[in-house]
Design a protein around this ligand. Structure first.
Ligand code: 5RP
Length: 225
C-alpha cells in the first residue's frame, strides 16, 4: 500500500508548475507528494510556495526545504493536494484521521483545484462504510455537540490520544477532536449542512463537492478521476 500511496502522491506533485501556490495536506500519502516536490525543486529548479495544513506537514516541509506561507496570509491557491480516509464515486470524502480536517478544508477551499491522492483501499460506494466523521469542537461546546450529534442519529465519541497522552486528542488549533459514527451516509450534503449548523463544531471531516480530481493507485496502476 505504501507503494500505491507513493504513486498517487507523485502523480499529483507532477502537476505543480513554476510560480504556483500549493495547498499541502496531511498524512502518509501526501508525504510522497512532498518528497517529490522537494526532488523536483532540486533537480528541475521548480519554484512554488506551499500552505501547510498541519504542524506535522510543516515539520516535513522544513526538513525538505519547502517554502511555506501561512494560510492566513493567502487568498488564493492554484491547487491543493491531500489524502483521504474514504472517497465515494462523486469524489465526496471523509477526512480527519490525522485530526487536521479543519485546516485541510480551509486550504482545499482556497484552491482552484483540490486534488485527492489515495490508494484503492480508500474507495467506498457510500461514505461512512468504514470510518466515522471526525469533528473539531470548541471545548466549551463539547456537551452541546454530543447532544446534537446524538439527536441527529450519530454515535458520538471523544477521540482519546492513547499511550502518548492522557485524555482527548487536541487539534493544532487547541480544540477537542471527536468522532461521530452515522453508519452509511446516503446524503452527505445534508449531513454536512446539519453539522455546519451546530454552534461550536468548528470543523468536520465531510468534504462534499470540494474535490475536483483524484489520483487513486492500486494493483492496476494509477487512475486519474
Ligand atoms: C488527516 C487526513 C489524511 O489526509 C487522511 O487521514 C489520509 O491519510 P493517509 O494518506 O496517511 O492514509 O485527513 O487529517
Amino acid at each position: 500500500m505504501q507503494n500505491f500511496k507513493k504513486q498517487a502522491g507523485v502523480a499529483a506533485a507532477d502537476l505543480v508548475q513554476n510560480g504556483m501556490g500549493v495547498g499541502l495536506g496531511t498524512g502518509s500519502t501526501v508525504f510522497f507528494a512532498l518528497e517529490r516536490l522537494a526532488e523536483r525543486t532540486k533537480n528541475e529548479g521548480l519554484k512554488f510556495f506551499g500552505v501547510s495544513t498541519s504542524f506535522s506537514t510543516t515539520l516535513i516541509c522544513r526538513n525538505f526545504g519547502i517554502e511555506l506561507k501561512d494560510s492566513s496570509a493567502v487568498r488564493h491557491l492554484d491547487i491543493a493536494i491531500d489524502g483521504t480516509d474514504e472517497i465515494d464515486p462523486n469524489l465526496n470524502l471523509i477526512k480527519g484521521r490525522g485530526a487536521a480536517h479543519l485546516l485541510e478544508k480551509i486550504v482545499a477551499s482556497l484552491a482552484d483545484k483540490f486534488i485527492v491522492v489515495a490508494d484503492t483501499s480508500k474507495q467506498v460506494k457510500n461514505l461512512g462504510e468504514k470510518v466515522a466523521v471526525p469533528l473539531e469542537i470548541l471545548p466549551a461546546a463539547l456537551g452541546l455537540a454530543a447532544n446534537k450529534v446524538e439527536k441527529a442519529g450519530g454515535e458520538f465519541e471523544v477521540r482519546i490520544a492513547g499511550t502518548c497522552k492522557d485524555g482527548p486528542v487536541i487539534s493544532d488549533s487547541g480544540n477537542i477532536i471527536a468522532d461521530a459514527k452515522f453508519g452509511i451516509i446516503k446524503d452527505p450534503k445534508t449531513l454536512s449542512h446539519l453539522l455546519d449548523e451546530i454552534p461550536g463544531i468548528v470543523g468536520h471531516g465531510l468534504f462534499v463537492g470540494l474535490a475536483k480530481e483524484a489520483f487513486i493507485a492500486g494493483a492496476n496502476g494509477v487512475s486519474h478521476i
